[in-house]
Design a protein. Structure first.
Length: 121
């Protein structure tokens, strides 16, 4: 069992949830929205030589976007739907979805459901 040693309560890190198609689609939605908001910010600032890979994003700006997306997650997805997929409205669950490695997410999008369910997070 993994432990979060930074926490005074030694909160358990949940790594016993299996992926499913719904989680893959949800992660794809939030990652796409984040990228679109980063692009919109770059266009609004009219930066000449924008690095469209967004590898060097201002951490404060990225946190603002993450916070906005978290509000969408909390307000627009029912608790019942989340529970059905072993998720909650906690920030940790949202971050686990938002930060699935893009290459893993791309692989899951072309794989069948049985393959996806073999993976845990």
């Amino acid at each position: 069992m993994a432990q979060n040693v930074a926490s005074q309560n030694f909160q358990e890190i949940r790594e016993n949830r299996h992926f499913d198609r719904w989680i893959v689609n949800l992660a794809d939605f939030f990652q796409t929205e984040k990228y679109q908001l980063l692009k919109l910010g770059a266009l609004n600032n009219n930066v000449k030589d924008t690095d469209w890979s967004f590898k060097d994003v201002d951490p404060d700006y990225e946190k603002e976007i993450d916070d906005q997306l978290y509000k969408v997650y909390q307000q627009n997805i029912s608790s019942e739907a989340l529970v059905e997929h072993h998720l909650t409205k906690r920030r940790e669950d949202f971050d686990a979805i938002l930060y699935i490695a893009p290459e893993t997410l791309a692989k899951f999008q072309i794989m069948d459901d049985d393959y996806i369910s073999c993976y845990m997070f």
